[in-house]
Design a protein around this ligand. Structure first.
Ligand SMILES: [Cu+2]
Length: 240
């Protein structure tokens, strides 16, 4: 097996790679058949003195065979990959320790929003002062390792695409839509989050970083960056 894909650090990445290689080898075989036939005919029917060109109007049997073979190959690939596709794109695993992060594409940054200590977006930590306990930062995404991460994808302007090659995750963010993606990283490290959809003149510089932390590192980062959590009744006390 070829070994030029970036290392996989995602729970479902191995299965995606398997499909990738199946499709890769099918296309490779077809490529060599087509290129080989082309070279063969180029040589066989090269210019020769005294030989006249003949005309052909096609071969119906041959056309039916290669159309049917392509159709069957596509159908089998679609049916075989459907359960995996459904698991990745339609069923977010629900776990107690799940982390939810909202990522909004905008020209030309990833706006990363964490719900803060209460786990809810757009909620006030201190309703009297009207402050939110959400934490927002551009291009830096911290997640704990071996934890399901739900990414709520939005866009402020045009279509962007959230891409982490090592996670085998690529999902468009579309203005007016809220799309949920998910992943579970199996190795700590820093991974790039390029935008994979041409979104304007700054597209090539649109780059975030995903930091997959140990649970301890993740908690330490939260303690350092997130706004402090308020006791539930503190807003009432301060309002009086
Ligand atoms: Cu872009």
């Amino acid at each position: 097996m070829l070994d030029w894909l970036p290392p996989n650090v995602s729970t479902y990445g191995g299965e995606i790679d398997k499909f990738f290689y199946v499709i890769y080898y099918i296309t490779a075989v077809v490529f060599f058949l087509v290129a080989g036939a082309m070279i063969f005919f180029l040589i066989k029917y090269r210019h020769q003195e005294g030989r006249r060109a003949t005309y052909t109007h096609g071969n119906t049997t041959l056309e039916i065979v290669w159309t049917t073979a392509t159709f069957v190959a596509m159908l089998i690939l679609a049916l075989v990959s459907k359960p995996l596709w459904g698991r990745i794109k339609q069923q977010v695993p629900m776990t107690q320790s799940m982390v939810t992060i909202q990522v909004t594409g905008k020209q030309f940054n990833w706006e990363v929003l964490y719900p803060g200590p209460d786990g809810e977006f757009d909620t006030a930590a201190d309703s009297a002062a009207g402050t939110l306990d959400d934490y927002q930062v551009d291009n830096d995404m911290h997640v704990p390792v071996n934890t399901v991460v739900r990414v709520i994808l939005k866009s402020k302007d045009v279509i962007h695409s959230f891409f982490v090659p090592q996670l085998r995750l690529k999902q468009d963010s579309v203005p007016g839509h809220t799309i949920t993606a998910w992943f579970e990283a199996t190795q700590t490290g820093t991974y790039e989050i390029p935008c994979a959809e041409l979104c304007g003149f700054g597209h090539s510089g649109m780059l975030g970083h995903l930091y997959v932390d140990t649970p301890e590192e993740y908690e330490a980062w939260k303690d350092e960056k997130w706004p402090p959590s308020m006791p539930a009744d503190s807003s009432n006390v301060e309002a009086q």
